[in-house]
Design a protein around this ligand. Structure first.
Ligand SMILES: Cc1ncc(COP(=O)(O)O)c(C=O)c1O
Length: 380
C-alpha cells in the first residue's frame, strides 16, 4: 500500500510525528493480524506509535540489543523493569550508588513484598555472599551516580549467570558510545534518555534495551500502565540521536581535560574520574569502556558546603542545574539536589559529602571550561 503522505514513495528524511491516538483498521483481517502479533501494526497510542517505534529501533542498534522499549522517563523505565521482573517474596540487590529516585521506588517495592539489600559499589566484588535463593535481580550503575565509581560488569555477569539472577545496568552515565553492557553480559540495559541520548535538555524519556523475549514482557507492562512516550518527544529524541556520537566524544574529551586540571588543584579533593590513571576504577573501566571514559566527574571543593556553594555560584560558563549529558556543562551538589530523595543520613552513607560536587561536561570549548573553573576556584 502506498504511503498516503508520500504518494510517489519519496521517503521523508525525518520520521513523521504521528500524533494520532487511534488508527482506522483497514479491514477485520488486518485487525486480527495486529492483535495476534503477526504484523507490527498500530491501533492505539498506549500500545505503540510509529514515531516512538522508529527511535526504539535506533537505540536497540546503539546498544547492540534485540529490541528497545521507550518510556516516558528514565524512572518510568526503571520502574517498568522492577514491576515486570519482580514479585512479592523476591530479593533485589541495589547499590547505594544509583540515582536517588530509585530509593523512592524501593519503598513502593517493599510495600509490595520485595526484599531489598543495599550495597556500596565498593562491595561489588563480594556480591556472591549477598545472593540468596530468592535473589531475582541485581541493579547497578557504572560509572555510578553521583560518585563515578566503577563496577566490573563482566565479573558481575559471570556470577549472575551462574546464580540465575537478572543483571540490570543503568548505562546513563557511560552512554552506549563508551560502554555496551549487553555485550559485557548484562541482561537488561536502562537509560534515562532525558540525558545524553536526547542531549538538549528538552525532552524526558527512558529506554530499556534487551532481548526479544524480555521486550515482549516489558511491552505488556507499558501497555498496561500507560508509560508510552508521546510522538513529539520521540521525534526530539530521534533528532538528538543524530549528533549523539559527536556530543559523547566531545563530552568525554572535556571531562578528561577538566579532571586532569582539577586533579592538580590544591582546593580539590577526592576527584573521581575513570579516565585518570590513578582512579580506583581506571583499570576495569579500560576493559569495559571504549573511546574515552564519559562526561561525568565528581570531586570535593574546599572543606565545607559553603565553599562548594561559593565555587558553584562563581561559575559563568558551567551552569548550576541538575541533569546531565547535555550540550551545556551542568554542575550541582548532590547532597542538596539529586539525593534529596534520600533521608539525610543515607545521603552520606557511601562516600558523598556535603561539599561533593557532580559535574557533567557539555560540548563547550575546553579552554573556556578550564578558565571558568580556574576563576571560580580563586573565589573559594
Ligand atoms: C543514572 C540515572 N538513571 C535514571 C535517572 C532518571 O531519569 P529521568 O529523570 O529521565 O526519570 C537519572 C536522572 O537523573 C539518572 O541520572
Amino acid at each position: 500500500m502506498k504511503d498516503p503522505l508520500t504518494p510517489y514513495g519519496n521517503r521523508p528524511m525525518v520520521t513523521p510525528i504521528v500524533h494520532a491516538v487511534n488508527y482506522e483498521y483497514s479491514s477485520f483481517e488486518v485487525l486480527r493480524q495486529i492483535t495476534d502479533g503477526e504484523i507490527d501494526g498500530y491501533t492505539y497510542h498506549r500500545d505503540d506509535n510509529p514515531t516512538v517505534r522508529a527511535v526504539e529501533h535506533t537505540i536497540a542498534t546503539l546498544e547492540q540489543g534485540e529490541d528497545c522499549i521507550i518510556a516516558t522517563s528514565g524512572m518510568a523505565a526503571c520502574t517498568m523493569v522492577f514491576f515486570t521482573f519482580l514479585k512479592s517474596g523476591d530479593h533485589l540487590i541495589l547499590f547505594h550508588d544509583i540515582y536517588g529516585a530509585n530509593y523512592k521506588v524501593s519503598l513502593i517495592l517493599e510495600k509490595m513484598g520485595v526484599h531489598i539489600t543495599w550495597l556500596d559499589a565498593n562491595e561489588s566484588s563480594q556480591i556472591e555472599s549477598h545472593i540468596r535463593d530468592n535473589t531475582r535481580m541485581i541493579f547497578l550503575e557504572s560509572p555510578s551516580n553521583p560518585l563515578i565509581k566503577t563496577i566490573d560488569i563482566v565479573k558481575m555477569a559471570e556470577i549472575t549467570r551462574k546464580k540465575n539472577v537478572l543483571l540490570v545496568v543503568d548505562n546513563t552515565f557511560a552512554t552506549p558510545y563508551h560502554q555496551k553492557p549487553l555485550s559485557l553480559g548484562a541482561d537488561i540495559v536502562i537509560h534515562s534518555a532525558t540525558k545524553a541520548l536526547g542531549g538538549h535538555n528538552d525532552l524526558m524519556a527512558g529506554a530499556i534495551i534487551t532481548k526479544k523475549e524480555f521486550y515482549d514482557l516489558l511491552w505488556f507492562t507499558r501497555q498496561a500502565i500507560g508509560t508510552t512516550l508521546d510522538a513529539y518527544s520521540a521525534s526530539l529524541l530521534e533528532r538528538g540521536l543524530k549528533t549523539f556520537a559527536l556530543r559523547a566524544e566531545k563530552m568525554s574529551i572535556n571531562a578528561q581535560v577538566m579532571a586532569e586540571y582539577l586533579k592538580k588543584h590544591p582546593k580539590i579533593k577526592n576527584l573521581r574520574y575513570p579516565g585518570l590513571p590513578d582512579d580506583a576504577g581506571h583499570e576495569i573501566s579500560k576493559t569495559q569502556m571504549q573511546n574515552g571514559f564519559g562526561g561525568m566527574l565528581a570531586f570535593e571543593v574546599g572543606e565545607t558546603i559553603e565553599e562548594a556553594k561559593t565555587f558553584i555560584s562563581s561559575l559563568k560558563t558551567i551552569i548550576h542545574a541538575v541533569s546531565l549529558g547535555a550540550t551545556e556543562s551542568l554542575i550541582c551538589i548532590p547532597f542538596l539536589t539529586t539525593m534529596l530523595y534520600l533521608p539525610e543520613d543515607r545521603r552520606t552513607l557511601f562516600g558523598v559529602r556535603k561539599n561533593t560536587i557532580r559535574l557533567s561536561a557539555g560540548i563547550d570549548p575546553a579552554t573556556e571550561l578550564i578558565s571558568d573553573l580556574k576563576q571560580a576556584l580563586e573565589k573559594v
